[in-house]
Design a protein around this ligand. Structure first.
Ligand code: HEM
Ligand SMILES: *[C@@H]1O[C@H](CO)[C@@H](O)[C@H](O)[C@H]1NC(C)=O
Length: 322
């Protein structure tokens, strides 16, 4: 009788333990959506040790001809990660009916650029280590290297993403917009696991690069054509620093979506204190920017061996690569 009770209570214990383990695994799986589960900065140490140097060399060459390239490349990583996670879906060209490209949604059309540089990087990497480095990881590495080349912070990029075999047009059409009020921007960031401090830090990428004057608060004064280019940061147009936040404090942020981080009714309780912090302390901005970039790079990666693929050509899925 006592023995039976003991064994039934230990059976109960086992059942409880298994249930707890199952719940733990399930909640971990749910969290992997935004926490980059499975990525590691040493991912290519054995299989493609030259990956970082190759990416860096191609970007170095490209920015000699076009100083805007580092800015354009980090923006590609952002527009990739916000749409189905960091899976290089933004790089796919139209291949109907299977693939509808994200390159022609409003946020990308005549706007996203640098695709040829990604092609050049992929081409060099396919020579150095064929079939190893994903296009999604190229975007993440290119973003970090671009920031560093422009004088910004350095961080170790978690790697091991795989490439998508699909695109997501409705999600790409919902990318953050320059006219979005602050609560809408915050909602779009929250949807991918980023908070108000991440929004302020990441928009700090507008410390370099250009914008068509059509998107600016000045809106092409003096009859300039809509696609005439303005610096996003007039103080130091090609340098990655914290001057962008100083301009916000002076009320001269370029895009409506820049200035709302101070001027919106919601700003005082959310983003404004962070803008002040970054304006007065570049080290703080650099540290926060690196952390937020890692968070953004961790959005829903495809990992393992069953999900996605390593594309040979960043513009096409492998089965269509003939
Ligand atoms: C918060 C929402 C954001 C909005 C509404 C926004 C909007 C824009 C717009 C309208 C442009 C100009 C595009 C053009 O003229 O063709 C632009 C450029 C740029 N954005 Fe953003 N952006 C946002 C967040 C970010 C983030 C998170 C990053 C990177 C981490 C980023 C990096 C850049 C860069 C570097 C450029 C210049 C690109 C170039 O010169 O090619 N932006 N952004
Ligand atoms: C600038 O003006 C054009 C044409 O009226 C309009 O479509 C666009 O949204 C305006 N941009 C801004 C930032 O106000």
């Amino acid at each position: 009788m006592a023995a039976a009770a003991a064994s039934s209570s230990s059976l109960l214990l086992i059942i409880v333990a298994v249930a707890v383990a199952v719940v733990a695994v399930m909640s971990q799986a749910a969290h992997a959506k935004h926490n980059g589960g499975g990525l590691s900065s040493g991912f290519y140490d054995e299989t493609c040790p030259s990956a970082h140097d190759v990416v860096r060399r191609v970007i170095q060459d490209a920015r000699v001809a076009d100083p805007r390239i580092p800015a354009s490349l980090i923006r590609l990583h952002f527009h990739d990660c916000f749409v189905n996670g960091c899976d290089a879906s933004i790089l796919l060209d139209d291949d109907l009916p299977a693939i509808a490209t994200e390159k022609t949604v409003p946020a990308n059309d005549n706007s996203a650029r640098g695709f040829n540089v990604i092609d050049d990087i992929k081409c060099e990497l396919e020579k150095a280590c064929p079939g190893v480095v994903s296009c999604a990881d190229i975007l993440a590495l290119a973003a970090q290297i671009s920031v560093q080349l422009a004088g910004g912070p350095r961080w170790r990029v978690p790697l091991g993403r795989r490439d998508a075999t699909t695109t997501n047009i409705p999600s790409a059409e919902d990318l953050p917009n320059f006219f979005d009020p602050l609560d809408k921007l915050l909602r779009k960031f929250h949807n991918v696991g980023l908070d108000h401090a991440d929004l302020v830090a990441l928009q700090g990428a507008h410390t370099f690069g250009r914008t068509q004057c059509l998107f600016t608060r000045e809106n092409c004064t003096a009859g300039r054509p809509a696609d005439a280019l303005d610096n996003l940061d007039d103080v130091t147009p090609d340098v990655f620093d914290n001057k962008y936040y100083g301009s916000l404090l002076h009320g001269i942020g370029k895009l409506p979506s820049d200035q709302v981080m101070l001027s919106d009714p919601y700003a005082a309780a959310t983003t404004a204190p962070v803008v002040h912090r970054f304006a007065s302390n570049q080290k703080d901005f650099f540290r926060s920017f690196a952390a937020s970039m890692i968070k953004m790079g961790n959005i829903s990666p495809l990992t393992g061996t069953m999900n996605g693929e390593i594309r040979h050509n960043c513009r096409r899925i492998n089965t269509r690569d003939y």
